[in-house]
Design a protein around this ligand. Sequence first.
Ligand SMILES: CC(C)(COP(=O)(O)OP(=O)(O)OC[C@H]1O[C@@H](n2cnc3c(N)ncnc32)[C@H](O)[C@@H]1OP(=O)(O)O)[C@@H](O)C(=O)NCCC(=O)NCCS
Length: 156
Amino acid sequence: MEIKSRALQELCYKEIDISDIEEIRLWKNSHSNYFFNSREISVKEQREWFSKIYLGDKNNFIFIIYYKNEKIGCIGFRISENAWDIYNVMNISSNFKGVGIMHTSLKELIEFIKMKKNIDFKAKVLNSNQNLSWYLKNNFKVIDKNNDYTNIKYFG
Ligand SMILES: CC(C)(COP(=O)(O)OP(=O)(O)OC[C@H]1O[C@@H](n2cnc3c(N)ncnc32)[C@H](O)[C@@H]1OP(=O)(O)O)[C@@H](O)C(=O)NCCC(=O)NCCS
């Protein structure tokens, strides 16, 4: 599945396939302090996750973001407790960080996913992750907070 951005030429989103999972594993391992699973993910675990969990769930979508043919990062959506849970949000590009590509991608992908099922969009952000402020600038609001993480919801 490939979606072209309406906002920016040369920006597009492609759903992952098996050929992407090793790269995602490496990205995720290198950003592990931002995520719930801070353990190193092995090649075997990543393959099992892809075949059993990702492909087994028709409401689970991870998109790679491409700008000018460069892979910028990814954003995932899955349904949890009757809301879309936004996960695996990562910018791994050194050329296009902090220039609004992730902001545009998040907004456009939410609009796309909403057409599949129009329910709330939420995310969980570790309290140690300063990128909570990025979500708050992107129309998310804090719903509640526990010792480990903050629950946020999209009001776009
Ligand atoms: C969170 C993350 C995805 C943001 O990526 P990014 O490329 O910096 O995102 P953006 O370019 O959309 O926004 C970053 C900044 O650029 C600014 N910006 C610049 N041009 C912009 C534009 N045209 N439109 C919107 N924002 C723009 C934003 O205001 C924002 O400012 P801030 O740094 O003060 O927050 C990235 O930091 C990342 O991968 N972090 C590690 C993983 C992580 O924490 N993920 C979330 C886990 S829950």
